[in-house]
Ligand binder design. Structure first.
Ligand code: CTP
Ligand code: CA
Length: 227
């Protein structure tokens, strides 16, 4: 069992976790992407399995090996991620959106490789908004009492931005971490504050991503027990 956990407190629960970062194709060889490694989402999956949950891990472009005991669904784009999350959320007790979802995608996909020509201006790439999966899952609550958890990486006014984002998204918990030069992306460690819609604030000191994952599950399992 996970660190400090003596009981499988998520036994009988179905948890859905998204991990990684979406890639939005522009042509057959190019995409818009982000730097999410997927490690935090995988740490959430491993610790949830250790605490007895049935885990559906929806991963986008991580290249990481499947965690033992989790059902893994592979997606590429934000639109595919939305489909997979909504499907898995139908009977989920908890949905955790740890994936970095591209806010925009190229408005058009060029079926052939985009070529440059001498003397031609650089082309503009029109973008369109992607769906907000977290806000949709939180608004829908496919199951009564379903808990919805989001993640946010902020560079400035971390807590104020986090509080506003928690309200905007309508989720129950928002894990906020500060990103900077060598913080968070690709690293094995993380430091965060978990904000609750009920006003709680749980600081998580700098440490392994498993420790942050276990704090999230502690908060989730406490809330599931109260219902
Ligand atoms: N998220 C999502 N769908 C999107 C964008 C974000 O589900 N289209 C989720 C992420 O998985 C994360 C949370 O929303 O759990 C916060 O993501 P973030 O990028 O911080 O929020 P945004 O609303 O996109 O705000 P910003 O303009 O700061 O990027
Ligand atoms: Ca965003």
């Amino acid at each position: 069992l996970a660190r400090g956990v003596t009981e499988p407190d998520l036994a009988g629960r179905h948890v859905v976790i998204s991990a990684g970062g979406t890639r939005e194709p522009l042509d057959p060889v190019r995409y818009l992407g982000n730097r999410s490694s997927g490690k935090q989402g995988y740490a959430l999956a491993r610790t949830a399995v250790a605490r007895g949950a049935r885990v559906t891990l929806i991963e986008a472009n991580t290249g990481l090996p499947d965690p033992a005991g989790a059902d893994v669904v592979r997606v590429g784009t934000a639109v595919q991620l939305r489909e997979a999350v909504l499907k898995a959320a139908a009977d989920a007790d908890v949905v955790v959106m740890a994936a970095a979802v591209a806010d925009f995608r190229p408005a058009a996909y060029a079926p052939g490789k985009i070529k440059k020509k001498d003397g031609e201006e650089a082309p503009a790439v029109p973008l369109v908004r992607n769906p907000d999966i977290l806000a949709e899952v939180a608004a829908e609550r496919a199951r009564p009492g379903q808990l919805v958890v989001g993640f946010a990486a902020e560079t400035d006014n971390v807590l104020a931005n986090g509080r506003a984002k928690l309200r905007r998204k309508g989720c129950d918990l928002l894990v906020v971490n500060e990103v900077g030069e060598r913080k968070t992306f690709g690293s094995e460690e993380n430091e965060a504050v978990v904000l609750g819609a009920d006003g709680t604030e749980t600081p998580v000191p700098y440490g392994p991503k498993e420790a942050l994952a276990d704090t999230v599950w502690d908060l989730v399992s406490g809330r599931l027990r109260e219902m």
